[in-house]
Design a protein around this ligand. Structure first.
Ligand SMILES: Cc1cc2nc3c(=O)[nH]c(=O)nc-3n(C[C@H](O)[C@H](O)[C@H](O)COP(=O)(O)OP(=O)(O)OC[C@H]3O[C@@H](n4cnc5c(N)ncnc54)[C@H](O)[C@@H]3O)c2cc1C
Length: 430
């Protein structure tokens, strides 16, 4: 039976970046266990690919996400340049459609400054200035962030996992963790083919399954999660360059973690609109199709117990899910929403679907969506749950925060030095 010092469950962007830091700082026997035939087969590839910069994140409610996104920007840029991975810094305009939404943009300017952004990074443009910059865009005003752009997080994850592997990390593919058995000083993992592995410590970064894995360790029993598929439509060549910048809208429902439709300039040169939020029954239900709202809602009711029930009974939530659901079955409903700010588009300009991805927001025992990632320690384990957007952007720095936390808890020693690395640990955690 193989014995490791640390086993990381999940070969997404988070698990692989943590493994990279460990491989540059320590001589430990580390493995990443991933159930798929390759790393980054779920959210870390199936996302909008937007490089976020934290002008819109409240540093009190989303401190870790905001700090990590701020610090990670240049770290990813270095890796993308070195590995020839697309990195397009075309900027994002977050638009307000009326005066009320404009107040949110003003608030974002304050939050952005609190997060360390400067006036070179963010500014508010009025409708005339926006007409000059983007003649086909219709709105009241917009916050322009120059640092945002697009990349391919799947390729970045593969690149970092290769570097980690070169430093000695074992990337164990097709290893689907089914059972966990803890003794006083070690954890035995059993995989779906009944093979096993023993480790002194586990770091759980299993994305949409991370709450289920934490529960196998007897943690977060009162929490629940829901799964929402985000779908996209690809613009045809007639309209894909109507607007050259990513366009985000001020969210209509600040209290619910759904994103409103965006106009996304992908790193591969395509333009997409989306995502919506279709309730589905698992973190990997990319193709299942539900044909009516009652079925969609009963799917949620079927799978929820405890805290999620409180949320599902909330009438605002039901109405939101119904509206989101409608825009998912109907391409024209999604196009209608985007038409509010890019009037020249039509449904027939979006002949094919893009790659869908699934978000898994976690619900607290009180029945609310949790805004930050949840970090929780077990006897021989550390878990990151609810690692949602902008998690791909923030992974290089956030993974260093996790390593620092394990040092502070005495689980990892203080490293003497860092081996050759594309990123400097002390600069990030300093
Ligand atoms: C639709 C959508 C759009 C998004 N857009 C953006 C964006 O534009 N910018 C941004 O910064 N972020 C975005 N995000 C968020 C970002 O993609 C995620 O925060 C990030 O990818 C999460 O990484 P992860 O490593 O935690 O999870 P994942 O990438 O899901 O990795 C978890 C891994 O664990 C593995 N695993 C699960 N269970 C087991 C098991 N039992 N045994 C072994 N392995 C297991 C899975 O196979 C998977 O590979 C978006 C997310 C979605 C869904």
């Amino acid at each position: 039976m193989q014995k490791y010092d640390i086993a990381i469950i999940g070969g997404g962007v988070l698990g692989t970046t943590i493994s990279y830091w460990l491989s540059t700082l320590y001589d430990l026997k580390v493995c990443v266990v991933e159930k798929e035939p390759d790393v980054a087969m779920h959210s870390s590839t199936r996302n909008s690919g937007v490089i976020h910069y934290p002008f819109y994140l409240n540093p009190k409610q989303k401190k870790n996400f905001a700090r990590a996104a701020f610090l990670s920007h240049d770290m990813w840029k270095v890796l993308a340049r070195e590995k020839n991975i697309p990195w397009v810094q075309g900027g994002t305009i977050e638009i307000a459609l009326d005066e009320e939404q404009h107040k949110t943009l003003e608030r974002y300017m304050v939050l952005g400054k609190e997060n360390g952004l400067t006036e070179e990074d963010i500014s508010i443009l009025d409708s005339n200035e926006l007409k000059q910059k983007e003649p086909n865009l219709n709105c009241y005003s917009g916050l322009y962030c120059t640092k945002e752009g697009s990349t391919n997080y799947g390729l970045l994850t593969k690149a970092i996992s290769e570097l980690s592997k070169k430093n000695g990390t074992d990337i164990l593919l097709k290893h689907d963790v089914k059972n966990v058995e803890e003794t006083s000083d070690q954890v035995n993992l059993t995989f779906s083919d009944n093979s096993t592995l023993t480790t002194s410590f586990v770091i759980n970064c299993s994305g949409g399954n991370s709450l289920d894995i934490a529960k196998k360790f007897g943690l977060l029993d009162d929490y629940s999660d829901l799964h929402f598929r985000g779908e996209y439509w690809v613009a045809d060549s007639d309209i894909k360059n109507l607007v050259k910048t990513n366009i985000y809208t001020v969210p209509r429902y600040l209290e619910f973690p759904f994103l409103d439709p965006h106009w996304i300039k992908k790193a591969n040169g395509e333009t997409e609109i989306g995502p919506n939020a279709v309730p589905v029954d698992s973190p990997e239900a990319y193709d299942s199709f539900i044909t009516d709202i009652p079925t969609a809602l009963s799917k949620i009711s079927d799978i929820v117990t405890g805290s999620a029930k409180k949320l599902v009974l909330n009438p605002d939530f039901i109405s939101l899910v119904s509206k989101e659901f409608l825009s998912s079955i109907s391409k024209s409903a999604m196009v209608e929403r985007v038409k509010k700010f890019i009037p020249a588009i039509k449904p027939e300009n979006f002949p094919k679907r893009g790659t869908s991805g699934i978000r898994t927001p976690v619900i607290s025992p009180e029945g609310n969506f949790v805004s930050e990632m949840i970090e929780i320690e077990g006897k021989n384990s550390f878990h990151v749950v609810n690692y949602n957007t902008p998690g791909a952007t923030g992974a290089p720095a956030y993974s260093a925060f996790v390593v620092k936390k394990l040092q502070e808890k005495g689980i990892l020693t203080q490293p003497k030095n860092q081996k050759d690395s594309i990123w400097n640990f002390n600069e990030i955690i300093g």
